[in-house]
Design a protein around this ligand. Structure first.
Ligand code: FAD
Length: 434
């Protein structure tokens, strides 16, 4: 088969290849947060044609900013850059997606039917959002019906519209019955909405309701305690084990299932409905049981991030089986570990770098405040700053809004940010010596 195929990379406008199969030393599948950051590191030790990045999207989004876009604080254009501009120049970008992983043959088949042979593979496909799995949801999101979702570039701008259009009634926020990226984000927008409605004098006409499938408000007790207090103080009603199963946009109704008593359904009227959709790994992973666990996540050693079955395969970010909170902050802490271990394996030495499960979640609780949750695999707080981060602080809000985006675009995506461990060690040493 002789196929015209476009290879695009940063600083390279367009190169046309006539191939149906490719081979490389390292293949990175997914050029999002984890894939792009690790590819930048790998690009410094490999020659250009040795590193292929397989990524279908033209746009790379800094998704943590979506929370602020939903709140009308940032714009969608600030959250995205052209993929061409963020992927490392010293790599080949195949603009296509993985359709089939064949780890026994060290190859990946793409959606357009191309085959890529690799010596080492890094899987970084993230999680896909399954809006179609909730009947009526996509119809609700297609019009001006008060239904919105910060979880997609396609829908995030509906959130601020719904906020501005809100007059009275129920403002409902949901958390699905699947693993999600940024488990704090479904409630951040709830606090932002509460604050917005207070600012415009409509809060007394609203019932703010957070319906979550989880049995807890947040996985780490220290921060959960603080969040329960905030909900009580701001009269936010929290319903645990309550899962959205249907949206009826015509009548503005949402149907919830009680997960502890599945026959019990509750129908609520809404004026605003912010939905965090169910999520899953892409079909190509779900269909490859050699690589994945039962839930379709790439089965890796939780310390080394190396596949438990294929020594030349690694995973980073949301698609891996590691039991950490799925965040960009976690991917930052993982990328140096993955890079070091891939480098070791390439030199025929054991993978010894370890990931401690670090994740961070800036729990924005209003237009000027934030609780910066940071913790490890044991759900033990692992705070960067030598003060109590379990309190709502303006400084942490400003950090989320002003500091994190440039840090992401300039340091992280270029492979120079491995999470705050070094800063934490420095600050804690300094203060403990006092
Ligand atoms: P992604 O960055 O999602 O990248 C995956 C890439 O893989 C995409 O580019 C995709 O196009 C590509 N891909 C998918 N399928 C295929 C395929 N078959 N073949 C090839 N490529 C494929 N994190 C924080 O740390 N702090 C926050 O405050 C925060 N807030 C968030 C708020 C929201 C609303 C959202 C949506 C996310 C938030 N996150 C936050 C989470 C963070 O964005 C993700 O955890 C992070 O982006 C995961 O990185 P990743 O590389 O695993 O996946």
């Amino acid at each position: 088969m002789n196929v015209t195929f476009s290879l695009l990379a940063k600083n390279v406008t367009k190169t046309t290849f006539r191939n149906s199969s490719y081979s490389c030393k390292v293949l990175v599948v997914g050029g999002g947060t984890g894939g792009c950051a690790t590819a930048a590191k790998l690009s410094r030790i490999l020659k250009k044609n040795e590193l292929i990045i397989l990524e279908p999207s033209d746009k790379h989004y800094y998704q943590p900013l979506f929370t602020l876009v939903g709140g009308g604080i940032s714009t969608l254009s600030e959250a995205g850059k052209s993929m061409r501009d963020v992927l490392p120049a010293n790599a080949v970008w195949l603009k296509d997606s993985a359709a089939e992983f064949n780890p026994g043959e060290n190859s990946v088949t793409t959606q357009r039917g191309h085959s890529i042979k690799y010596e080492y593979l890094l899987i970084a496909t993230g999680l896909q959002t399954d809006y179609d799995k909730i009947p009526g949801l996509e119809a609700g999101l297609s019009g001006d019906t008060g239904v919105c979702s910060n979880y997609s570039a396609k829908y995030v701008e509906l959130t601020y519209k719904a906020l501005k259009n809100f007059e009275s009634g129920n403002a409902i926020f949901t958390y699905p019955n699947t693993p999600v990226k940024c488990p704090g984000a479904p409630q951040k927008i709830c606090y932002i909405t509460d604050h917005y409605l207070r600012k415009v004098g409509k809060r007394d006409k609203a019932a703010v309701i957070y319906n979550t499938s989880l049995p807890v408000i947040f996985g780490v007790k220290k921060y959960a305690d603080a969040l329960w207090e905030i909900c009580a103080e701001r009269q936010i009603q929290v319903n645990l084990r309550t899962n959205l199963v249907e949206v009826r946009p015509d009548s503005r109704e949402a149907v919830f299932q009680n997960l502890d008593n599945p026959d019990k359904m509750t129908t609520l009227k809404y004026s605003m409905l912010h939905v965090t959709p169910p999520m899953s790994t892409p079909a190509a992973l779900q269909n490859c049981s050699e690589l994945t666990n039962e839930a379709g996540f790439v089965d890796v050693n939780k310390l080394t991030l190396q596949s438990v079955r294929f020594a030349n395969v690694f995973a980073i970010g949301d698609c891996s089986s590691t039991p950490n909170s799925k965040t960009a902050a976690a991917a930052a802490a993982q990328c140096q570990v993955v890079f070091k271990n891939m480098e070791s394996v390439m030199k025929n030495t054991p993978a010894t770098a370890n990931y401690d499960g670090y994740a961070s979640c800036p729990l924005v609780t209003g237009y000027d405040r934030c609780i910066l949750a940071e913790f490890d695999y044991n759900l033990t707080p692992l705070e960067t700053f030598p003060f109590n981060q379990g309190k709502e602080l303006k400084s942490m809000y400003l950090m989320k809004k002003m500091l994190m985006p440039p840090l992401y675009w300039t340091l992280m995506l270029n492979g120079f940010w491995n999470g705050p461990a070094a800063v934490r060690n420095l600050l804690h040493l300094k203060f403990s010596q006092k």
